[in-house]
Design a protein around this ligand. Structure first.
Ligand SMILES: Cc1cc2nc3c(=O)[nH]c(=O)nc-3n(C[C@H](O)[C@H](O)[C@H](O)COP(=O)(O)OP(=O)(O)OC[C@H]3O[C@@H](n4cnc5c(N)ncnc54)[C@H](O)[C@@H]3O)c2cc1C
Length: 360
């Protein structure tokens, strides 16, 4: 008899990992397929910054309160499960780049929850080693997710439970996707959910969604004088994230390529050139690693989740763009509740409301 799964998931980035985690917590029999190639996936390239307010206009999603609460509970629950800390709550210091930002900061500070989470622009008492000639704001409520530890720890935990298959799952390799249970490699599943990141741009079920690809790179560096660099997360154009004693990740570049490819010298130069704008310490640093990935974004500005209108057993959790750490816990919880309890998804993220999807 083939093993009969409740849910089969394609992809073990942050989206697939958190969905599997929530479904397994509800007692479902779940398997994730992912070959586990470390290079080129967004989750492994990310700096892991979890900031409530991002972008030039300091924007936040409408469900910010609920998302932040879900981030704290999910990441802490995972840490208890795998026995390693994966989330480091801490303020994010954002350097003011240009005068017009002051208006955006004040606007957010007049809204909830911005007034509790964004400090007035400060010029004095800033963290040591930070460079902020126009001042900086302190953004609370977020922190940094150690993506590498989270993904490797959960991968090991899934494997121990025979819930990880180190292979690709492609749409053409499945049978029976519109009728009864789906079959793949001797497994049967009631539902298949694609969490395949940028690979979804070519997925026959999901390529018709309004995708926006954005390639990015990060570099890991060891400063010659770590004592002169800030020991906090600093953002402002680019970001500087303390990863371990004497080691930082600088992120990130943005371009429109749709293949991750290998790290480039040009991106490395761009990131190293940003250092004097982030720290007034000694910018001399040795590059010890470089990563690249495609942010799977959406032209609507909203992530994609739910089930295919023409194939109700085929699901998706994707389109996290540049905010995977903030969106993934909340979306994975919503999709798990939809699968287990039938709770409707919020309209703005539900793919059932998008037209133009192929019938395959
Ligand atoms: C340079 C860079 C920096 C970033 N920095 C941040 C940051 O600081 N904070 C933040 O919140 N976000 C950041 N992001 C965005 C964040 O990384 C993404 O939003 C998030 O990782 C997307 O996760 P995902 O699981 O959807 O996709 P991915 O992480 O790409 O995972 C997709 C997975 O699917 C697997 N897969 C693909 N096809 C198949 C298949 N056919 N079968 C089985 N498995 C398959 C892949 O192997 C991969 O493991 C950054 C992104 C980049 C590129």
């Amino acid at each position: 008899m083939p093993r009969h799964l409740d849910v089969l998931i394609a992809g073990q980035g942050i989206a697939g990992s958190l969905l599997a985690y929530h479904l397994m917590a509800r007692g479902l029999d779940v398997c994730i397929a992912d070959p586990g190639a470390p290079d080129g996936t967004a989750s492994r390239a990310a700096a892991g910054i979890l900031s409530p307010y991002t972008g030039r206009r300091y924007k936040a999603p409408g469900e910010l309160d609920a998302m932040l609460a879900e981030c704290h509970s999910t990441y802490q629950s995972i840490a208890r499960t795998i026995g390693v800390t994966v989330y480091h709550p801490q303020p994010i210091w954002r350097i003011v780049q240009r005068q017009p930002e002051l208006t955006d900061i004040e606007r957010r500070r007049h809204e909830r929850p911005g007034r509790e989470l964004i400090s007035p622009v400060q010029h004095n008492g800033l963290p040591e080693g930070m460079r902020a000639p126009l001042g900086a704001t302190r953004i609370d409520g977020g922190g940094q997710v150690d993506m590498e530890t989270l993904l490797s720890g959960l991968r090991h935990w899934f494997m121990e439970r025979e819930s990880l298959i180190p292979e690709q799952l492609t749409a053409p390799a499945m049978t029976g996707p519109t009728g009864g249970a789906l079959e793949w490699r001797g497994l049967r599943a009631d539902v298949v959910v694609f969490c395949d990141g940028a690979a979804a741009f070519a997925n026959p079920w999901w390529r018709g969604l309004p995708w926006r690809a954005s390639r990015g790179e990060t570099v890991d560096v060891e400063p010659a004088r770590p004592d002169t660099w800030p020991r906090v997360i600093v953002t402002g154009g680019k970001s500087l994230v303390p990863m371990a004693p004497g080691r930082y990740r600088i992120g990130s570049t943005y371009d429109h390529a749709s293949q991750a490819g290998a790290p480039t010298g040009e991106a490395q130069r761009t990131l190293l050139d940003a250092l004097p704008g982030l720290t007034d310490g000694d910018p001399t640093a040795r590059v010890v690693g470089a990563r690249t990935g495609i942010r799977p974004g959406s032209r609507t500005g909203n992530p994609f989740t739910g089930f295919h209108p023409a194939a109700p057993r085929i699901g998706i959790l994707n389109g996290l763009g540049s905010r995977g750490t903030l969106h993934a816990p909340w979306l994975a919880r919503r999709l798990a509740e939809r699968i287990v309890d039938g709770t409707p998804l919020p309209d703005h993220v539900d793919v059932a409301h998008l037209s133009g999807l192929p019938t395959r």
